[in-house]
Design a protein around this ligand. Sequence first.
Ligand SMILES: Cc1ncc(COP(=O)(O)O)c(C=O)c1O
Length: 497
Amino acid sequence: MFNPSKFAVSLDRKGEEPIYRQLIRYVRAQIESGELPAGTRLPASRDLAKQLNISRISVVNAYAELRAQGFLSAHAGRGTFIAGDTPGAANGSSSAHAPETPTTPDRSIREMMRMARKPGVISFSQGSPPTDFFPVRHLRDAINTVLDRDGARALGYEVAEGYMPLRAAVRDYVSALGIRCSPDQVLITGGTQQALDLVVQALLSENDILVTENPTYLGMIDIARTRRVQIHGINLDENGIRLDMLENFILDHHPKLIYVMPTFQNPTGSVMPLHRRRQLINLAAEYKIPVLEDAVYHELRFEGEALPPLKALDEDSVVIHASGFTKMMLPGIRIGYLISDSAHYERLVRVKQAADIATSGLNQRAMHLMLERGVMAQQLERNNRELAHRRDVALAAAARFLPPGSKWNLPQGGLYLWAQLPKSGPTAAELYVSAVHAGVSYAIGSVFYTNSCGSHRIRLNYGAFKPADIEEGFKRLGRAWRELACDYADMEKSPLL
Ligand SMILES: Cc1ncc(COP(=O)(O)O)c(C=O)c1O
């Protein structure tokens, strides 16, 4: 029987090694030394967390990891025990055969992507469009044509503003969405991500305030942190950002920039209706605060009526429009753009030049040729049809496999399902390590909030997978949740023996 006073782990709270890993090391050492023999019942996660003065998620993740490594077993209704035939006890070695240990979920995109890249994991966590949609053959043809046509000219430094024929092609493309501009207002960027970063750098100084939707795009939270800008999120209702709250915030805090995703907001998938778009522009114009519109998902619509981007409604020149050909065509070629009026344009170009001189001239030329050849229009039509199908498969799989009491949105476009797990069960962060061990990952919802809300929220990129994998991924997720919820309920109920 487990004696809690024996659990005298000494933790290095300031060290590099995450607490949950230290706990794993400790439990394994105790097992190997015979201090914790097979059949010993471990304390409930809450009790152990309290006793060690650490967060409960550290204990939950350590238990999940030890279970996956075969050191612990969980029995519904009874609790968590040292497994009968532990790997360490059997061969005397503590680490040689242990599977690779995923790290504790981290707020950064890179960490999530790293975990999700484990072989065999169906990774719903990333923001990538489906790789099976990428127009590889068209890109190869375009690059070959560009090199035959332009030779070394395609390989030198491009001007910072971008390759003029591509800027003109962007002007033509956005004019079909209702945006009136000249190529001189188009700045080609290294993806939409760089477009957002350039605007923050050009318009804000350290400690200035950026106001956005809550939840919002994680990449923008990262930008704000690295540029040392304060970021504040305003809640959304079914029509997008709450303008009453936004106005109060403006009056109290004088933000320097409003950042929004009016169409297929990431992560919620929400779409701002026309009247709210107009009201937002009026509000921004009244207080003279620029609005950064992120339209990267605008064209990934497979249902519902298309709405004009904010920039198409912008009579007061308060909107800077950012988007890219990444989600629509190819993320890896890194072509995005900004459309801005002259008030900010020159400064944006200077920041762009300082950042990377210019976006690759070869990639810009290849993208230009693909636009001229109509590749994007073809792609969008086919991709959106397929995305609608994948959305339907995801909705059916969610209904079948997600735990009872879960809720999710009904996306009309974009790549993501935004789901809420039952509050009575594990949080999204607590479930993460178990889910990865079960072979599925998702984006932990709380990372998208500026104030750490959304503990039971998850974002699932169903769009990136073929139907059979979508089903399998949801199935694994449901299984991981049930297993953990079972322990979770047991741990809640049963005191130490
Ligand atoms: C809302 C939003 N904006 C910008 C980006 C960055 O896109 P890009 O690949 O064009 O840099 C992403 C990528 O996930 C996104 O979701």
